[in-house]
Write a protein that binds this ligand. Structure first.
Ligand code: SIN
Length: 536
């Protein structure tokens, strides 16, 4: 086993982890541990963009209003205020770091529009904004002498007092870094850090169909949960209304058809060619995502169809190719769909977790010296439903605030050291080489979540999911105790634990609000109005 000491350990290399690193690297020695390649993050796949009120006819107040309305009365208004207010500054910071966003001929930033927004305010780079941001940040990180980025290094567990002094009560727990898989030795290294930032992304892969990359296995929530952090509102999982319908790809990453396409005039039609969103919401195709996803789900059930159609063919072909080059190419080359003349078959898929590890407005979790930012965190911004393109914004705003807080904290912690941290204990484990168990358990959980814990829920389905996932989780825990740690097993265990948590959270909310819709309680209930669902 190797031991490494640093000031800050960052888990994850998306926009939150990398921008935090850049904001604090002048005063700290940083290790970024990322579980696959450096660019394997959800950030890299973000098509739409980053919302910020910078248009001439726009205002911070309007961005705040749209966020709160979409969040269905559940956003923390102080958080919405600060994120919308700091947004334009953070866009400038990303540009300074090298992100080249699309511009109009006038030289002003080109602003797209997406669901729930009353104004054009989505800063973007054509339809591959995330890739542009990730590339700019990685270029900066690569050139920084204080930042070491290690790839294929999945963090297995956070190190807390349960390793150093197990009787410590949860509310007094401190984080001392992480146990991290070393891809060269296949052993678990100890990375001791004064401060740890959890920026590991989301949990989309606990569902069968998701826009998320393979890395999104809920590791951050699972690790923080095991460490004793407070976790909130996991019942609010956002399903993106439009991913490409491709039955041959079930279980792998679905191809997102950005909401910006609807902002560009895209129309949703059922199999009769009828436009259905106009009857459902005054904003039609640009209604908030929960409304659009449920409407599509309803059309599918009503007509017994596998998908609906998204049609943009009435717009100029040149403009479509120019604004959506990635989607245009991919559809044409891989699926023989020319979106300038034909509609695109689309379905909803799991996309974004609105709950997560609870933080304050400085990104601090309930565990001392553990911060969280990005999709893994619950800051209170998104409420019961995230407004489109508020996620990269939240990540960069909170990473920056967390960095500011971490700089101060490091001064207080200078000189501290913890020699009581034990090495990873793998006694009594062996390699049974029964990979079929992992594949089977994973498939079963994903199918259960898809069928029973999807866009429309009921107590009956949730209870059934609870029973079955509990059984699988028990088997996995048993397997875990006997088996040499591998990245696949770490992910499976995290997926099972987080799936179980999501069901538990969903069962507690006996109302329908935002992304959580249950046929047993189809209305909002004032009892739950400002109540986060929280476990520790
Ligand atoms: C999209 O481009 O539709 C996704 C952007 C987001 O999730 O905010």
């Amino acid at each position: 086993m190797n031991t490494e000491k640093c000031d800050i350990l960052i888990i994850g290399s998306g926009i939150a982890g990398l921008s935090f690193a850049l904001e604090v690297a002048d005063v700290a020695k940083i290790v970024v541990a990322t579980k696959k390649g450096r660019a394997d993050s959800a950030t890299n796949y973000a098509q739409g963009g980053i919302a910020a009120a910078i248009g001439d006819d726009d205002s911070i107040a309007s961005h705040i209003e749209d966020t709160i309305k979409t969040g269905d009365g559940f956003c923390r208004e102080d958080v919405v205020n600060l994120v919308a207010t700091e947004g334009p500054l953070k866009i400038r910071r990303l540009i300074e770091w090298g992100a080249a966003f699309s511009e109009e001929l006038t030289g002003k930033l080109s602003l797209g529009r997406e669901g729930g927004h009353t104004h054009h305010r989505i800063v973007h780079k054509a339809d591959h904004t995330g890739k542009e941001v990730e590339k700019a940040l990685l270029d900066q990180v690569r050139n920084h002498p204080n930042i070491e980025l290690i790839e294929d290094a999945i963090c297995v567990d956070l190190i807390t007092d349960r390793h150093t002094s197990p009787s410590t009560r949860p509310e007094y727990k401190t984080c001392y870094g992480g146990y991290v898989f070393n891809p060269q030795t296949k052993k678990i290294d100890l990375i001791e850090a004064k401060i740890t930032l959890m920026a590991s992304g989301g949990m989309g892969r606990i569902w069968l169909n998701t826009t998320n990359p393979m890395i999104a296995t809920g590791d951050g929530v699972a690790m923080s949960w095991r460490a004793g952090a407070r976790i909130a509102n996991l019942e609010f999982m956002q399903f993106h209304p439009t991913v490409l319908y491709d039955p041959l790809k079930a279980g792998s990453q679905s191809f997102l058809i950005t909401e910006a396409l609807r902002g560009f005039g895209g129309i949703l039609r059922n199999q009769r060619g009828e436009r259905f969103m106009e009857k459902i919401h005054p904003m039609a195709e640009l209604a908030p995502r929960d409304v659009v996803a449920r409407a599509i789900d309803n059309e599918r059930k009503r007509w017994g169809i596998d998908h609906v159609w998204l049609d943009i063919s009435h717009q100029s072909a040149d403009e479509i190719r120019n604004r959506f080059p990635t989607i245009y190419q991919r559809l044409l080359e891989d699926h023989e769909i020319d979106m300038t003349v034909s509609p695109i078959p689309v379905v909803p898929a799991a996309h974004y977790q609105c709950g997560g590890v609870m933080t304050d407005t400085w990104g601090r979790t309930t565990i001392c010296n553990l911060y969280a930012a990005g999709e893994v965190a619950y800051t209170g911004l998104h409420g019961a439903n995230r407004l489109a393109s508020n996620s990269l914004l939240e990540a960069v705003v909170f990473a920056s605030r967390a960095a500011e807080s971490a700089r101060e904290r490091l001064k207080e912690l200078s000189g501290t050291n913890n020699d009581a941290i034990p090495p990873w204990d793998d006694s009594g484990t062996y390699d049974p080489e029964e990979w079929v168990l992992i594949a089977h358990d994973l498939g079963e959980i994903q199918k259960l979540m898809e069928d029973y814990v999807g866009i429309v829920r009921s107590d009956l389905r949730l209870r059934r999911a609870k029973r079955r996932i509990s059984l699988i989780t028990g088997e996995i825990e048993d397997y875990w105790r006997r088996t040499v740690v591998s990245p696949e097993l770490v992910e499976l265990r995290n997926i099972a634990q987080v799936a179980r948590l999501v069901v538990r959270y969903a069962l507690l909310r006996k109302e329908s609000r935002g992304l959580h819709y249950t046929t047993d309680y189809p209305q909002k209930d004032t009892f739950y109005e400002k109540r986060d669902t929280v476990f520790q």
